[in-house]
Design a protein around this ligand. Structure first.
Ligand code: CAA
Length: 701
């Protein structure tokens, strides 16, 4: 039939097999192959048609690499029409993940069977899109409007069992051989004279939908949109499924899909999809680099960070030993873990039994001798280089040969830590983000002597515990925290120049940041930055620098934990409120420092906060700290809640235009001096050449 789609009549059941590794994406050859096979099956002796896939999964969606290129015939809707209009029943046989266009193919079939481990879903929203081949019209017809809205706006896949309860799957098969089971199921359907069931023939009674349902849904989704525009259009499509006949609904869906496909938001989100996958690949490491077995892990330090990291491993069934200095600290640590799991149980996302199982896989000790047999140690004590060195010297004495020794430091020199051991090749940084059991990012920090198999193992185990991994070389703060310096600095400088805390934070939240930098400092504790600054000798001697943060700490306003910082907080709800006392204080300080306050635009706030980040990113690339510009984007989206719809700081800079970014930085340099605004040579070079970071990334392999 074609290289990737074959067709065979097996005992009067036509079997179409798709074989387009790795995920059977609906590339043009697949669409054409399925269309030809369905057409051929109409003319032979087959009584029904099974559509199945080879390899690890059913069709996992459109081929995302084709988006943005000129469309090639046949389009997916034509293929789905052929399936739906087949004179013989077509049965989808699902294993792995039937996602996006793949699930839409299955929905156009007359029946769907699946293995119990299969998942189905419409994740297009995660790419800034909506299902463009009938998903928004068929799911509400079969599973109901509310379920459809939830499934399509969340993009989260659903297991076969639940999908069967919702009517999205007709038969969950028992045996191991899906093809044989699907053929049997098809035969049973033929023998029982089962009709050609087309989801399009179902109509939804508009009277069953509460008045205002769609407007409420829009409002709720807008609250967490953070610059994403697809959710709103998905609501419009589902509304069309209720109010319009199928063909008109499909047409509406297609129009809105096309609008999204050319939107900058979707381009940014597709960039992040591929960036995430690329970030886990280490340029100079062959794909077949061996990895070490990780069957048991030790965590040094049972504080918030250590506890969160322990949970990551317990969640995937890897036993953990948590080491603390005394029993009291140990019990406190285990107590926090139990409390965190209990919240998940209360939300109905985990059973009591699962919680107990996970807690049982975390044991505690105060004795280093008890961790001699572990395969990986992650040190997560507070940020003190001497303490960390002491711990690594002990680990070197007690840990078995071949154990990987990782530090969760956010700033410290991984090479200096490795140097106190006799095995620096086994040492690296594994930098988790707080709360470690929730945040997706893991910065894997490569020391000068870290062995290849240690790096490969860290990347693999990171993926196993559900993290998105990005590689950094050693420098102060690695990729993420190093870049953050200028962002936080400018947020405070803007106050002296005339902004209120609210103005700064709202501008950045309006851009899509989950929380503005000043509110974030209040959450983290203003005293944390204050203490960190005291030990730094590299900061310019400038009374303006972090002036407001310093003053607030000295007034006892440490942020949320003391009830006030840049804002004041409602003691009961923790709601943040503007504080006129702070606003007056800012004005007084500006006057003392001789700063003439002025009106500042949101545009300037964004440039002042983001351009230092981008400039530092350029330095990080030049120095080889990050492997690629897109790795930096991954770090910011998954570790710092940079809006995915903006694609990360380096992608955003490319959209703004590097010449514009460079010119603005030069303007700020002329206004505020070189201490803070010194254009990175790479940024200057690319701006002058009219190039983008993305192009530089491709050229530098
Ligand atoms: N198109 C093109 N390439 C894809 C792809 C797709 N839809 N899905 C995955 N790939 C590629 C990945 O980029 C990766 O390539 P490399 O090995 O070169 O890095 C490879 O396939 C394997 O992917 P993963 O590493 O992600 O493998 P996994 O086993 O961890 O996960 C998966 C598999 C769950 C299918 C995951 O890849 C995934 O979620 N894919 C995207 C699914 C999706 O979004 N589908 C909807 C597409 S939009 C659509 O269908 C619109 C429409 O309505 C027509």
């Amino acid at each position: 039939m074609s290289e990737v789609v074959s067709y065979e009549n097996k005992g009067n059941i036509g079997v179409i097999s798709v074989n387009n590794p790795p995920v059977n994406a609906l590339a043009q050859v697949v669409r054409e192959g399925i269309l030809n096979a369905v057409t051929a099956a109409q003319a032979d002796a087959s009584k029904a048609i099974v559509l199945r896939c080879e390899g690890r999964t059913f069709i996992a969606g459109a081929d995302i690499t084709e988006f943005g290129k000129p469309p090639r015939e046949p389009g997916l809707p034509v293929v789905l029409d052929a399936i739906e209009n087949s004179a013989k029943p077509v049965i989808a046989a699902i294993h792995g993940t039937a996602l996006g266009g793949g699930f839409e193919v299955a929905l156009a079939c007359h029946y769907r069977c699946a293995v119990p481990s299969a998942k189905v879903g419409l994740p297009e929203v995660k790419l800034g899109l909506l299902p463009g081949a009938g998903g928004t019209q068929r799911v509400p017809r079969i599973a109901g409007v509310e379920a459809a809205l939830d499934m399509i706006t969340s993009g989260n896949p659903i297991g076969a069992g639940k999908a069967a309860e919702m009517g999205l799957v007709d038969e969950v098969v028992k045996g191991d051989d899906l093809e044989a089971e699907a053929i049997q199921y098809a035969k049973r359907l033929v023998e029982s004279g089962a009709p050609l069931r087309r989801i399009r023939d179902i109509t939804i009674d508009p009277a069953t939908i509460e008045p205002g349902f769609f407007d409420n849904a829009r409002k709720q989704l807008a609250r967490r949109a953070r610059g994403q525009i697809a959710q709103d259009k998905i609501v419009s499509c589902i509304e069309a499924a209720v109010k319009l006949p199928m063909d008109e609904g499909l047409q509406r869906e297609r129009e809105l899909f096309r609008e999204l496909l050319t939107s900058p938001e979707s381009a940014a989100m597709r960039h992040i999809f591929f960036a995430e996958r690329q970030a886990s690949k280490i340029k100079d490491l062959p794909n077949d680099t061996p990895v070490r077995d990780i069957n048991k892990v030790a965590i040094i330090g049972g504080g918030t960070m250590g506890g969160g990291i322990a949970m990551c491993f317990a969640n995937v069934g890897i036993p953990v030993v948590m080491l603390e200095i005394n029993d009291e600290a140990l019990q406190r640590g285990i107590g926090i873990i139990r409390k965190n799991y209990s919240i998940t149980v209360q939300k109905g996302k985990m059973s009591e039994e699962q919680m107990e199982q996970r807690i049982a896989s975390i044991s505690g000790t105060t004795n280093y001798a008890d961790i001699g047999d572990v395969d990986l140690v992650i040190e997560a004590v507070f940020e003190n280089l001497e303490l960390k060195k002491e711990i690594f010297a002990k680990l070197d004495r007690v840990c078995k040969q071949g154990a990987i020794l990782a530090t969760n430091t956010s700033y410290q020199d991984v090479d200096a830590i490795a140097a106190v051991t006799s095995r620096p090749q086994d040492v690296l940084g594994m930098h988790f983000f707080s709360p470690a059991n929730v945040m997706k990012l893991l910065e894997v920090v490569r020391g000068a002597k870290t062995a290849d198999d240690v790096l490969a193992t860290a990347m693999q185990i990171g993926k196993k515990i559900g993290k998105v991994c990005a590689l950094s070389r050693v420098c102060y703060g690695f990729i993420g925290n190093r870049m953050l310096g200028g962002y936080g600095r400018e947020a405070q400088m803007l106050l002296l120049d005339g902004c209120t805390p609210e103005q700064v934070d709202s501008a950045l939240e309006g851009f899509g940041m989950a929380m503005g930098p000043l509110a974030m400092s209040d959450l983290a504790g203003l005293d944390v930055g204050y203490k960190a600054r005291q030990s730094r000798t590299d900061l310019p001697d400038d009374p303006k620098l972090y002036r407001m943060g310093t003053l607030l700490v000295e007034m006892g306003r440490h942020g949320q934990k003391t009830g006030s910082g840049f804002y004041k907080y409602d003691p009961a709800t923790r709601a943040r409120m503007n504080d006129s006392e702070v606003e007056t204080l800012i004005k007084e300080e500006a006057e003392k420092l001789g700063i003439k306050q002025r009106q500042i635009s949101n545009e300037e706030i964004l440039a002042r906060c983001f351009y230092p980040l981008i400039n530092e990113g350029a330095l990080i690339l030049e120095e080889g700290i990050a492997q690629r510009p897109s790795d930096i984007d991954v770090v910011y989206v998954f570790g710092y809640a940079f809006p995915v719809a903006k694609g990360g700081p380096m992608f955003y800079a490319d959209q703004v235009g590097l010449k514009n970014v460079y010119d603005k930085i030069c303007e700020f340099r002329d206004r505020y001096g070189e201490d803070y605004w010194k254009p990175a040579p790479l940024l200057k070079k690319l701006a002058e050449q009219g190039k983008t970071f993305a192009e530089w990334g491709v050229e530098n392999g």
